[in-house]
Design a binder for this molecule. Structure first.
Ligand code: 4HQ
Length: 227
């Protein structure tokens, strides 16, 4: 899977190249190509934004600069172009899974007050939000999308993580414990030390259902309706 990212802050994306996603890049399961929109400024001061028509606070990213950055991407005609924005549909696990079937995704990250609407109308296929709160830019949402989608690419996660996830699909996770056996006077549940795999599986599922009911009754209801 190929991600092209159009951004004014490519350095921010070092954060998503750590850990599991970093390994996936090394294994060439995913490719994250960063395009610095500023490289396409025609201005001697590398200007990329201007004041909004109609007045008001802040700056708007100029359509020609963003469009030229987009036009530098090869095979862009066959890619899905996503603009990260609070105006989009909120990302959820179902959307994440469906995006993982795409071969090529272009992520457009706006900063400041956003991007001139005409370039959005011209190139964007879909707007996606990561939640109802306001950020300073689309870079963190783009990283959230890359991270969550990449987990579904074959070979990115190990086999056992995938099995456990499908078994508890739609539920919150059961609690985890590691050594030591006693910590600040708190012990590990006996069943987890029993070596009885069926009992452990049963306990974990009960815990997942209990925790989901307590913390996210909305999710438990969906789970029950699906079963
Ligand atoms: N922004 N989910 C404003 C977001 C956001 C979100 C990105 C802030 C776009 C121009 N994006 N810029 N929430 O708050 O995706």
């Amino acid at each position: 899977m190929k991600f092209d990212v159009l951004t004014l802050f490519p350095e921010m994306f070092q954060a998503v190249k750590e850990s599991v996603i970093g390994k996936a890049i090394e294994k060439e399961l995913i490719d994250i190509n960063l395009i610095n929109i500023r490289d396409f400024s025609k201005d001697k001061h590398k200007k990329v934004d201007d004041t909004p028509y109609g007045g008001g606070a802040g700056m708007v990213m100029m359509p020609d600069v963003v469009y030229d950055a987009y036009c530098s991407i090869k095979d862009r005609e066959n890619a899905k172009v996503i603009y990260l924005s609070p105006q989009g549909k909120t990302l959820n696990q179902q959307k994440v899974e469906s995006l993982s079937k795409e071969k090529h995704i272009i992520l457009l990250c706006g900063h400041y007050e956003g991007i001139d609407q005409r370039v959005i109308d011209e190139i964007v296929d879909e707007e996606i939000s990561i939640g109802d709160y306001v950020l300073t830019g689309g870079e963190l949402p783009a990283m959230v999308l890359i991270d969550s989608v990449s987990r579904y690419i074959e070979g990115v996660l190990n086999e056992s993580s995938i099995e456990e996830e499908s078994f508890s699909k739609g539920l919150l996770e059961y609690p985890q414990y590691t050594r030591p056996e006693e910590f600040l006077g708190r012990t590990v549940p006996d069943v987890l030390k029993s070596g009885h795999h069926q009992n452990i599986e049963k306990w974990r599922k009960e815990q997942a259902i209990k925790i989901t009911g307590e913390k996210r009754p909305d999710l438990l209801k969906k789970f029950e309706d699906a079963e």
